[in-house]
Design a protein around this ligand. Structure first.
Ligand code: SF4
Ligand code: SF4
Length: 167
């Protein structure tokens, strides 16, 4: 019992002022903080109507590029898939047939090219590895979706429109 008495702390119980009893200082302090937040620059943006500027090194959705004549650049060499640490890229190569010279730049092309965006970590290795400047990461943010299958981007989704076929 004696030990407990030795540890006791003296509490300052000075009587509250009228202002303190009416909670006025605390109310005014709270209002000040609220008003401060109203005039302060907001950290949030109304996405997707409003977009915030990205870093110049931001990497977003991929595109498959065409050359200046509108031909597909990708030759299905597979280097991007090899360089991908997430194994997100799958492709099937095919040989160009007679009459398809306007479609594909070289004799081999990607008949199928898919990127699983749920696996992709947007590292940019595929872009670095591509010897044909065929795959690029753009500044487009990947949109949300409702099912996993929608995150597998096929060649039709990735390939940029042919400028020669646009009106
Ligand atoms: S950005 Fe990286 S993770 Fe994504 S597909 Fe390319 S290499 Fe793979
Ligand atoms: S995108 Fe580039 S690296 Fe990938 S298969 Fe096509 S040519 Fe090769």
């Amino acid at each position: 019992m004696e030990k407990l008495t030795n540890r006791s702390v003296q509490v300052n119980r000075s009587p509250m002022t009228i202002g303190e009893r009416a909670y006025l200082p605390s109310i005014l302090k709270g209002l000040g903080i609220t008003l401060g937040h109203i005039v302060k620059k907001k950290a949030t943006v109304s996405y997707p109507e409003q977009k915030r500027p990205f870093s110049p090194v931001f990497r977003g959705l991929h595109i498959l590029n065409r050359d200046e004549e509108g031909k597909e650049r990708c030759t299905a060499c597979g280097l991007c898939a090899l360089a991908c640490p997430a194994e997100a890229i799958t492709m099937e190569a095919a040989e160009r047939k007679a009459g398809e010279e306007n479609l594909y730049r070289e004799e081999k092309y990607a008949a199928k090219y898919e990127i699983n965006m749920l696996r992709c970590i947007f590292c940019g290795n595929c872009e670095e590895a591509c010897p044909k400047d065929a795959v690029y990461l753009t500044e487009t943010v990947m949109p949300a979706n409702y099912n996993r299958q929608s995150f597998i981007y096929k060649k039709e989704d990735l390939l940029i429109p042919n400028p020669k076929q646009q009106g």
